[in-house]
Design a protein around this ligand. Sequence first.
Ligand SMILES: NC(=O)c1ccc[n+]([C@@H]2O[C@H](COP(=O)([O-])OP(=O)(O)OC[C@H]3O[C@@H](n4cnc5c(N)ncnc54)[C@H](O)[C@@H]3O)[C@@H](O)[C@H]2O)c1
Length: 379
Amino acid sequence: MASVRKRVLVTGGAGFLGSHLCERLLRDGHDVLCVDNFFTGRKSNIAHLLGHSRFEVMRHDITFPLYVEVDDIYNLACPASPVHYQFDPVQTTKVSVIGAINMLGLAKRVGARILQASTSEVYGDPTVHPQREDYRGNVSPLGPRACYDEGKRCAETLFFDYARQHKVRIRVVRIFNTYGPRLHPSDGRVVSNFIAQAIRGEDLTIYGDGSQTRAFCYVDDLIEGFVSMMEADDSVTGPVNLGNPHEIPVLTLAERIIALIGSSSGIVRRPLPQDDPLQRCPDITLAQNLLNWSPRVSLDEGLRRTVAYFQEELTEKNGAQGERAKRIYEAALALGTPIVAPPGTAHQLNADLLLGGAAETSRVNIPLRNGNGAGKVGV
Ligand SMILES: NC(=O)c1ccc[n+]([C@@H]2O[C@H](COP(=O)([O-])OP(=O)(O)OC[C@H]3O[C@@H](n4cnc5c(N)ncnc54)[C@H](O)[C@@H]3O)[C@@H](O)[C@H]2O)c1
């Protein structure tokens, strides 16, 4: 529990990272306002938080101004995977740039601290290895990834200009590849792609020969880094790299996932997409020195937890949605979210709310916490 209770805004709070961050902030005792336009975020990611007395959700697009009173802002809103950010590249640049201006304007108006979720993509296809924060990058301003890379670079510029010009209390973190439960199964990111393909028994798609390396950070480690950065002294503006420096070739990752799942999948190779970086690995010396932060969760452990989530998620697609309701219920209990209903009845939530509009049925029954077995889980 935090010693000071704060009102915290999380933009992109219904996304992969945002939903984990909202959970963490609630656990720390804060009031959390999750703002999301649900472009890639899912209601099911935050369904277990909806009954929490310190949690609020607002559907809003941050390319429009927002007027709320908050103490801290985590600015995460932006599609993060290439399939999503290339779907509407102009909107991607708008979210990064106009969204940053709006959130910085809000921070300026209310005197809030503000953390920007920047990205390792600001280094582009790096020519130095591993990447330190003082490396200026090798980004194409013209390629298909530029809407994201250059958008995020411009957002960083805005953060530092608001700090210099308006004394806004900024923090910038550059996030490297992060994975974990609630990654979107079809967002094309390498970990989610491989796990989904292996579970379905499909061949795993490798772009290029698979020798390109990536370093993967488990979501809980990253969220710890976010919070440490926000809580650091105002002089710690960043940019600070957050990621796991343990590097492995993409081919090795594929083989590990196949082995972990015990899948019969093979491997198919496709041409490397344009501007795809060959090597990406963070130098995290700065985070270690300034924040005393290092990732703790091993790749094998992180993959086990992620695979367990995907197995449940993909099984549901085959009809067993009750498992998901059960998981949401258990997560709600773990967080102390009050699920209140008269004894002997079941508390019902709209299935659309729980299942992100994907459900064909209209209601999900959540069992009573004190219902001595009266409630049933099911859709
Ligand atoms: N996951 C990673 O490995 C990674 C790596 C580098 C950077 N990041 C950054 O972290 C942030 C979160 O990424 P994620 O992996 O959780 O992705 P995500 O796509 O799961 O989450 C992004 C969220 O932002 C929301 N959003 C998009 N446009 C919006 C808008 N205009 N207004 C309000 N909400 C909007 C989406 O609906 C979604 O909920 C992003 O800014 C991303 O660039 C993530």
